[in-house]
Structure formats: C-alpha cells, structure tokens
Design a protein around this ligand. Structure first.
Ligand code: AMP
Length: 400
C-alpha cells in the first residue's frame, strides 16, 4: 500500500511517499515559498536530490508539481498516480471533536475549518493542501491526522483551566496539547523496544525540538501534556516563551501599548531560547555562544533543562511513578549533553543514565545506567510513518 503524507503550511508543503508494505520512504521533499515570486521545489528519492526554482502561485500548483515529480522521477518507482492508495494530512488542531484520525468528508472539512479560529496559522493552510489534492486527485481517500488527537484521553482535571466556566465553554478554551502523533509514535515504540505491553507502562515522552512538549502516558493513554490551548504553553522553546504568569503578559501589553497581535508575536516568535539568549532559537548556536562565554545563552540553556526536569518530576507525581523516559526530536535525539543534564540528580526517582552509552545521536538506544529503576531511551520520532499508519487505518479500516 502506498501512502502520500502531506504537511501543508501557509507558504510551504512538505511531503513524503511511503511504501507501507516495508515502511520504506519512496520519496520526500518540499515546496517552499508558495505564492511568492520565486518558489522552490525539492524532491529526494533513492540518492537523488533535485531542486528547482520556479513560480508556484498557489497550493494547487504545488500539489500538481509534487505529483508530477513523483511520477516523472524514475528513482521514486511510482508507475502512476493510481498507485497511491490514500493521502494523509497532518492537522494541527482537531479540538475536542477528534480523538483519532478521520477520513475527510464535507463534515470533517467543515470542522477543520471551524477549528481554524484556534489555529489560524495552521488549519486554513492544511485545508489548502486538502482542497488541492481533492482537485488534482478526485476521489482519492484523504485522511486528517490530528496533532491533538492522542491527547484527547486527558481527564477534565488535567485539561481544564481555572477560568470562569462560561468563557471556557463559549470559546472551548482548555488544554488540547500538540505533537500528539510524535508522542504516540515514540511511546508505542518504546513499549515495543522494552518488550512490554504499553497498557502496563508509565511513560514520559520528551519531544524536544524547536517546538518542545512533554507528555505523561499511563497505560497507553495521555494523562497530561505540557502544551495547552495552543502550542505556546509549557517548556521553553526556540522562540516560544512557554509557561508564564498570564498577568505578566497583561502588564506588558498595558505598559508597552501592545495589541493582541503584537503580544502574540512576542510570545511565539521572539521569546524562548532566542529571546532569553539574544543569540538564536537554535540549540547549536546557543552551545556555540556558551563556548564563547555568553552568559545569556548559558541562562537560556539552563532554563530549558530546568523546565524539562520540573515537568518530569511533576509527571512522576501525577502517575505515581514512571517506567520509561523517552527523548526525541532535534534536541532530544541529538543532544547527549542535554539529556545528561536533564537526568542529572534524579537518582531519588530511579532515573540515571550511562554517560558513555548516552553519547549517541539519532538512534534507538536504552541509555540508562546499569541498575537504574527507570529506563531512559532515545527514540527518533517518525511523524510521517505514524501519519501514514493512521491513514491506512482510517481509510481502509485496518492497521498495516
Ligand atoms: P526539530 O524542531 O525537531 O527539527 O529540532 C530543532 C532543534 O534541534 C534545534 O534547536 C537544533 O539546534 C537541534 N538540533 C538538531 N541537530 C542537533 C545536533 N546535532 N545537536 C544538537 N542539537 C541539534
């Protein structure tokens, strides 16, 4: 079975073509700068990388370009578009409507559009990708895979904010979480690697990348997660502030005369590692600045680590224990020092890692110290594969 996975943004569209018979990647790439004078189309397949600059006025042209590239690049090995069985789309916000992936029909389309008020930068852009695929490949099953779905198992105690009920209900303000596809994938994978049913495990998954979130997963169900109503809440991120006293935001708006959009921009685009360090949102740049004696960069790094540690502690408390801690995404997979510092001085909780084994990047490895009560793992995330798996299930009613 061949599945096309699409992550459509406002001016970009990433894609991956997967053969689900052996879970191999047949092709991947992206279309960038859609709607701008000079677009970029990149396709990679079987060691080949083709990059073309051309005008890509809209998402429909972008999808046409991708499909043409897939069929006309011999290295992909796709005979015709008919050979694609279904398309899976990553959708950022599914609200409280979707606890699993859904085959897209008019109703699902409408609901994704409605949740656009909560994710104005994402859901409308996803719909552009969906509509373009529907037009270029009419009748092809299309599935929406929601970033929020896996977190729908949280209880009201974990997802409700302390706001007056009438506002929370009217505007559906609650914790939804994000990165659900990644948290689901790595939690299931670690259970497999540990050789235990996920239904018997307490797992804390740390997705640490440019956007970062952490989840407490008990018996295969999310009991809490750090991202909230939007992906802003929780950890210190590349450019997002994460947890902050809401009244500090009001104070700033009042004294600097910021309107809501300006404040949104500051919280989501100018804060976090970038804002505190004044150097960069990228962890590698932060490390380099520290090597040159930059104290602000050092503070940003320490804050990042401290906050992950704090969440791990609180999730151990919430689940009354933990069997496995999983690190994934850019920093989680590639930052041995970060993992070591997060897990330092946690022996009270049974968490300890082996510095030598932990010196690993981008591989599935149990990095726990001998005798540690808790297993600590590095598990590279694979959101595209997870989306493709859910697409097969939602479109054809079976797991690959
Ligand atoms: P992601 O959003 O998952 O792509 O992760 C991006 C973050 O991962 C950035 O802060 C990068 O600096 C960080 N990252 C990627 N590769 C490495 C690496 N080899 N060592 C340390 N951090 C890395």
């Amino acid at each position: 079975m061949i599945i096309l996975v699409i992550n459509s943004g406002s001016s970009s569209l990433k894609f991956q073509l997967l053969n689900m018979d052996d879970e191999s990647v047949m092709a991947q790439g992206q279309v960038e700068k859609i709607g701008l004078p000079e677009g970029i189309f990149t396709i990679k397949a079987g060691g080949l990388k083709n990059k073309t600059n051309l005008e890509i006025p809209n998402h429909e042209v972008a999808v046409e370009l991708v499909l043409k590239g897939l069929v006309e690049t011999p290295e992909v090995g796709l005979k015709s578009l008919d050979a694609i069985d279904a398309v899976g789309h990553r959708i950022v916000q599914g609200g409280d409507t979707f606890s699993k992936a859904a085959l897209i029909d008019d109703t699902v389309h409408e609901q994704i559009a409605e949740y656009g008020t909560m994710a104005p930068l994402h859901n409308p852009a996803h719909l552009k990708g969906i509509d373009a695929c529907a037009k270029v490949m009419p009748g092809k099953p299309q599935v929406a895979v929601f970033d929020t779905a896996f977190h729908q198992s949280m209880s009201p105690v974990a997802y409700t904010y302390g706001l007056p009920k009438q506002y929370a209900e009217k505007y559906k303000i609650r914790r939804y979480g994000a990165h659900g596809t990644s948290h689901k994938y790595v939690s299931h994978r670690v259970a497999e690697l540990m050789g235990k049913p996920i239904e018997e495990l307490k797992i804390i998954t740390c997705h640490l990348g440019n956007g970062s979130s952490i989840a407490a997963i008990q018996n295969g169900k999310v009991v809490d997660t750090s991202m909230g109503f939007t992906p802003h809440e929780g950890l210190l991120m590349g450019t997002r502030c994460g947890d902050i006293d809401a009244t500090a935001v009001l104070y700033l708006m009042k004294h600097e005369n910021f309107d809501a959009d300006q404040m949104d921009h500051i919280l989501n685009k100018e804060s976090g590692l970038a804002g505190v360090s004044g150097v960069s949102s990228d962890f590698r740049d932060i490390d380099e600045a520290i090597a040159h004696g930059d104290h602000n960069a050092e503070l940003a790094r320490k804050m990042f680590i401290y906050r992950v540690k704090k969440y791990i502690g609180s999730y151990v408390a919430v689940m009354n224990g933990v069997d496995a801690i999983v690190f994934t995404a850019g920093i989680g997979e590639n930052g041995p020092d970060v993992r070591e510092e997060i897990c330092a001085d946690m022996d009270y909780l049974g968490i300890a890692i082996d510095a030598e084994v932990n010196n690993v990047r981008g591989k599935e490895v149990n990095v726990s110290a001998a005798g540690a009560r808790v297993q600590t793992w590095v598990v590279p995330t694979n959101e595209e594969l997870a989306i493709a798996e859910e697409t097969v299930e939602a479109a054809f009613g079976k797991q690959n």
